[in-house]
Design a protein around this ligand. Structure first.
Ligand SMILES: [Zn+2]
Length: 249
């Protein structure tokens, strides 16, 4: 019965409308978890806890109000506290935008901001990361978080990212690393822990793959850098690394 209701709901409402309704629900949900134990840097509200998330539920993951996850908060804090993202004039391309981050970035007057996704319902523009419809050397910053696992041709995507970022620009990449894999496992028809289709599980060789794609790579472990107390307060998780990629000369 529940499945039938879900099917009708999906057939009546567009994906954009369903996402809006979800976010109204999250906003209301936030009031029930008001507290002071944890703080979401993305919506600037405090709660008793972050909520469990995923098929195999991980604790302290989702913000009760804006539904951002650990990796989204890591990315936001990194951009806010460690880069010029919030004050310099920058041309930005944001792939598969996280709803709350997109809302924030679109309002920032210093940014010339575009979000892109292969699904036109999920971003400002339909953009295939394997064939980016922008000229060479165009963007100061490209954000590509938890995208590369879902792309059929990863080398092509990296080549395109390298082409459209400016020579001194930054490509900020995040992905799930499977710690039990020394090398990336490729196969179609797999699903990740959030029930999404993936083409590969990235292993410990991920930085090497980025280097092969033509980038110098710096790895930033913000959760570790801010320390255990702040990491717990802001719900930064343990394994959400940022791969800061610069074009090799
Ligand atoms: Zn939040």
């Amino acid at each position: 019965m529940l499945q039938i209701i879900k099917k009708i709901y999906k057939s009546i409402l567009s994906e954009k409308t369903r996402i809006k309704l979800h976010h109204i629900r999250f906003f209301i949900r936030g009031f029930f978890y008001s507290g002071s134990n944890v703080t979401c840097v993305c919506c600037n509200k405090s709660f008793t806890l972050f909520l469990p998330y995923g098929i195999v539920k991980r604790q302290n993951a989702a913000c009760p109000s804006c539904n951002t996850l650990e990796r989204n908060r890591v990315l936001y804090l990194y951009l806010r506290d460690r880069t010029n993202f919030f004050y310099d004039k920058l041309t930005v391309l944001h792939f598969a935008p996280e709803n709350k981050l997109e809302q924030i970035f679109r309002k920032m007057k210093n940014l010339s901001y575009i979000s892109g996704d292969i699904n036109p319902e999920l971003a400002m523009q339909q953009i295939d990361i394997q064939s980016i419809n922008y000229p060479d050397n165009h963007f100061d910053v490209i954000i590509c978080s938890h995208v590369l696992g879902h792309v059929p041709d990863e080398p092509k995507a990296l080549s395109e990212l390298r082409r459209v970022v400016k020579p001194d620009g930054s490509v900020i990449i995040m992905t799930k690393i499977y710690d039990d894999l020394s090398t990336t496992f490729e196969a179609s028809g797999m699903q990740n822990t959030e029930n999404q289709e993936i083409f590969r599980k990235h292993g410990k060789d991920f930085p090497e793959r980025l280097k092969t794609g033509g980038f110098e790579v710096s790895i930033i472990d913000l959760g570790k850098e801010v320390g255990n107390l702040a990491s717990a307060k802001y719900g930064l998780g343990e394994n959400d690394l940022i791969y800061l990629c610069k074009r090799k000369a």
